[in-house]
Design a protein around this ligand. Structure first.
Ligand code: AG3
Length: 284
């Protein structure tokens, strides 16, 4: 935990994330709420006038109170409206709980959150109001473990697996590799879906293309989709929907009430890719 004294000594005027060596985003710091190094990464929570609380891991923006809904709704709801009967859900990463809160809006049986860093959970419980109630939900199980090791060892099968990782650096590296997706396949039920955040179409196109190449060898449907996320690099974010049987555009049901971004028109539109991304995915 950072002490008050440390905070007083080191309050920067701005927090920045570099998106390339010569561009990025900055947040004026109203207050540093938390700053520490866990066993895995640097964890910071700052208060910003415009975005509210901002969580950064190793200097990369993970979520903000004000714009979290774009990313979390778009990570979670496309798979849930497409699956015929989603009951058992696995969430790898996402210790801030934003994706978990969206999963729990659905009448599912079981949501298993596997987060590598207990300290991200502890910090998020304190600073992001949605995490604690989501963890207290009877349907939730929290497991502190490496996601890649977990899927290798668990005997359980899931209807949907969400991968809410950070960028391919630090503790998230293994969650972006072919090996991981191979193991992941064996945790999916026959009609299973996996959805992963896939990076910025503008800044990370090369790594997205590489991922596409190995994913197409593993899954019949590799369907990329995009959404705006104001505080992520480039302001637009890529996700990938992976399945063998279920098609994302054959919608099975409407979304829960009370969402701020996702609806069925957005769902359909999100899978229409701009020309520079059109070669991605296997189509459906
Ligand atoms: N997971 C995706 C974070 C990627 C952001 N990348 C960046 N800022 N360079 C977010 C976790 C939120 N639940």
């Amino acid at each position: 935990m950072s002490t008050k004294k440390e905070n007083r000594e080191a309050v920067p005027l701005e927090e920045r994330e570099y998106h390339s060596p010569s561009s990025g985003i900055f947040f004026k710091v109203k207050k540093i709420l938390y700053r520490d190094k866990s066993d895995y990464q640097k964890i910071e929570v700052i208060e910003n006038e415009c975005f509210g609380r901002v969580l950064l891991l190793d200097d990369l923006v993970q979520t903000t109170e004000k714009d979290e809904f774009f990313y979390h709704e778009m990570l979670v709801h496309p798979a849930l409206v497409s699956h015929p009967s989603p009951q058992n859900i696995l969430l790898i990463g996402g210790g801030d709980g934003g994706a978990l809160k969206e999963i729990l809006r659905w009448p599912i049986k079981y949501a298993c959150l596997v987060e590598i860093d207990q300290q991200v959970i502890d910090v998020s419980k304190e600073y992001f109001p949605w995490l604690l109630p989501s963890l207290e939900d009877d349907r939730t199980e929290l497991i502190i473990a490496d996601g890649s090791e977990f899927i290798e060892k668990t005997g359980k099968k899931f209807d949907i697996v969400f991968i809410d990782s950070s960028d391919p650096a630090g503790p998230s590296v293994s969650l972006h590799e072919s090996d991981f997706y191979e193991k992941l396949k064996s945790c999916l039920n026959r009609r299973g879906i996996a959805v992963s955040q896939a990076g910025s179409p503008f800044y990370h196109l090369e790594s997205i293309k590489k991922k596409d190449a190995f994913l197409e060898k593993l899954f019949k449907n590799v369907c990329f989709y995009t959404s705006p996320v104001p505080t992520y690099p480039g302001g637009s974010w890529c996700f990938v929907f992976l399945s063998d049987e279920v098609q994302p555009l054959k919608i099975k049901r409407g979304p829960p009430r009370g969402l701020k971004y996702f609806n069925l028109n957005i769902h359909e539109a999100a899978f229409s890719l701009p020309n520079f991304l059109k070669d991605l995915g296997s189509g459906d």
